[in-house]
Design a protein around this ligand. Structure first.
Ligand code: TA6
Length: 294
């Protein structure tokens, strides 16, 4: 039973609720604020991390879920604001419904405005299509169109906060990065290499890395619960991996003592910015699948 419903999030912010699966046992919620997925539950088990201290107060972005970082990731672009402006603005609901295969979908849209042009002097049309499949997979397709008469260049990321058991236990890990180059955000963005021998990246301290040209399938092991998430991508060749650890986590008013329960695996286009000539479009897709992992 799949459904699409437009309404309000418990915070009062306008949102879209998706359900899928035979008994509607899978769900997702997307805020129009920021085009921000704030919940993805498979068989009723929440897979995303959203801070209990998150502020649902536009223009601030909700701490957690899947913030859309566009038209830049971090400070890698001309915008004064970290991660660009898409996550801070109100999007419109362009459509939604159910598909024959039992999936539910919603499409949100953000176009240029005097406010965005003041920050980034370009016309654009950005859409995010979120699809919740009958098997519980969550597909986020971000599409950018250049309707203007000049080229536009951007970096971006789907800043996905995944819920882990407790990073302090040392058994959360990301597989698929062996041998990949990365820029260490904690070391002046020095280019380093992930050891090729060890299969998994594990966490013992703050970790903030931009992995470059990674495989199109990564796997997060969430810890002793055996939960895991597969992250499959198209058009997003890089992956940012971040967990804040104690000092940084406690310094963030909208995170605090919940820092042990998140690892961000962020499908991104960073090393090679996307360049769209007039009339051209680009699409980056991330598909998340809940897994049982040993
Ligand atoms: O993606 C990792 C990162 O760039 C970290 O450096 C940290 O700043 C995180 O994003 C959160 O950024 P935000 O602007 O949402 O506080």
């Amino acid at each position: 039973m799949a459904s699409f419903e437009s309404g309000a999030h418990p915070s009062g912010l306008p949102a879209v609720a998706l359900r899928a699966g035979e008994g509607g046992q899978h769900s997702a919620c997307v805020l129009l604020h920021g085009g921000h997925v704030v919940s993805w539950a498979v068989d009723g088990v929440e897979q995303l991390f959203v801070s209990a201290k998150a502020m649902y107060a536009p223009p601030k972005a909700v701490r957690g879920g899947i913030p859309v970082c566009w038209p830049q990731f971090s400070d890698l672009g001309p915008c004064a604001t970290q991660h660009g402006f898409a996550r801070n603005l109100g999007w419109t609901l362009a459509g939604g419904g159910v598909e024959e295969e039992g999936a539910a979908w919603a499409e949100l849209r953000l176009v240029d405005s005097p406010e965005t042009r003041a920050a980034w002097p370009h016309a654009f049309a950005l859409t995010l299509r979120v699809t919740l499949s009958a098997d519980g997979a969550l597909r986020c397709a971000l599409r950018a169109l250049n309707p203007g008469d000049a080229s536009l260049t951007f970096t971006c990321a789907l800043h996905t906060y995944l819920r882990v058991d407790d990073v302090r236990a040392g058994n959360a890990s990301v597989r698929g990065l062996a041998g990949a180059a990365y820029l260490d955000n904690l070391g002046g963005r020095e280019r380093k290499a992930q050891p090729g021998d060890r299969q998994a990246l594990t966490f013992v301290a703050e970790t903030d890395r931009i992995y470059l040209s990674v495989p199109d399938a990564l796997h997060l092991h969430c810890g002793g619960s055996g939960r895991g998430v597969a992250v499959r991508t198209r058009g997003l060749p890089d992956a940012v991996v971040w967990t804040p650890w104690e000092a940084k986590g406690l310094s963030m008013a909208d995170l605090g003592d919940e820092w042990p329960f998140l690892v961000c695996v962020e499908a991104a286009a960073v090393e090679r910015p996307v360049v769209l000539q007039p009339g051209e479009a680009w699409e980056g897709v991330q598909t998340l699948t809940a897994e049982r992992t040993a």
